[in-house]
Ligand binder design. Structure first.
Ligand SMILES: Cc1ncc(COP(=O)(O)O)c(C=O)c1O
Length: 218
């Protein structure tokens, strides 16, 4: 399967948040909307064909997950990350951000404090605030052009009774692919203080050569 990355595809007038709301978002229309993770290339031909085949069927009733869908998820995690995931652990969600909100609601109580590590993907803030939880910030440390976690601040927060953290790995926007040493340190703190870490690993497949994404749960 392959993609063509250098073909210009007009996306205006396709109800695209990225291309059709430029004027509303920026007050002018001569900008390149590079603020959102929304790709301008087509997926591989096989993907378009599969979606077209399904659409051509013409009946769009309530759906269920196919066995192939779950198999694809499990085999991807094993192939890419050598991570064996039990099929009972997988829960479907219609998007990553909705999944974060479901987890916050399922695993914390209104008023609970939740740690995030700014600068970080803006919905991490809204998922906490809009669900009636309190936001606690443990900013990343920038030193010599590289961001790292502030473990002392994390330990202060965890030891003060905070039981939940939303983690970004690899981190958007700073681009860090966390190392095994860093992940182990975070995991040890979480175990020590009985903190649940909700790890958003949406960017795990996009890392530069020389770096390896490691799932925190592994
Ligand atoms: C860290 C992070 N999580 C989630 C998302 C979006 O996930 P979804 O569109 O599946 O809700 C993004 C998109 O930029 C992101 O950077």
């Amino acid at each position: 399967m392959s993609c063509q990355f250098d073909q210009y595809i007009e996306r205006r007038n396709t109800c695209s948040r990225k291309w059709d709301d430029i004027e509303e978002l920026f007050g002018k229309d001569d900008v390149l909307p590079m603020w959102i993770a929304d790709m301008d290339f087509r997926p591989p031909r096989q993907v378009v064909e599969a979606v077209t085949k399904r659409a051509t069927h013409g009946i769009y009733g309530y759906e269920t997950e196919s066995a192939g869908y779950l198999e694809a998820v499990l085999s991807w995690l094993q192939k890419r990350y050598d991570w064996r995931v039990n099929r009972d652990w997988v829960v479907h969600s219609p998007g990553v951000v909705p999944g974060l909100a479901f987890a916050v609601n399922a695993l914390t109580e209104p008023g609970d404090r939740i740690v995030i590590q700014p600068p970080v993907y803006p919905p991490f803030y809204s998922v906490v605030r809009e669900n009636g939880r309190q936001l606690v910030e443990s900013p990343l440390i920038l030193s010599e052009g590289k961001f790292s976690m502030d473990f002392a601040s994390l330990e202060r927060h965890f030891s003060s009774g905070i039981k939940f953290m939303i983690f970004c790995s690899p981190h958007n926007p700073v681009g860090r692919v966390w190392t095994k040493v860093e992940l182990e340190k975070l995991a040890q703190l979480a175990v020590k203080y009985d903190v649940i870490v909700l790890s958003d690993e949406i960017w795990s497949d996009l890392v530069f050569p020389g770096h390896q994404h490691l799932p925190l749960a592994d």
